[in-house]
Design a protein around this ligand. Sequence first.
Ligand SMILES: [Zn+2]
Length: 132
Amino acid sequence: MAEHMTRDIPAPAVSLESKPFFDAAREGRFLVKRCQACGEVHWYPRPICPFCHSDRTVWEESPGTGVVYTFSVMRRSPTGPYAIGYVTLDEGVSLMTNFVDMAPEDLRIGMRVKVKFQPTEGGPPVPVFAPA
Ligand SMILES: [Zn+2]
């Protein structure tokens, strides 16, 4: 059986703007931002909507489900292979992430994935994606 990918992820820098996201992440909740003026979800979370420039953006809990849009497997790593790539959430936005809990050979474009949170050294957990 192929080994599952793991990777140590450095602690993210938490800003005033991203603090609500990481506070929720500590509770295992995945947040996205939705604009109340135009209704669009965007990523990464911003105080000003990138579509209509409204400041009426609010945090919204997402189930964190989506599909693999693209990925790249890094094999020359001292800790073993790992994969990064983009997930397109069911809300329609794409984010860059790490893929976990699967062998690199099993990763496919279009496969269903779901968010989970991986602890970091001295910081809040970060979202990664595993097979749904
Ligand atoms: Zn908007």
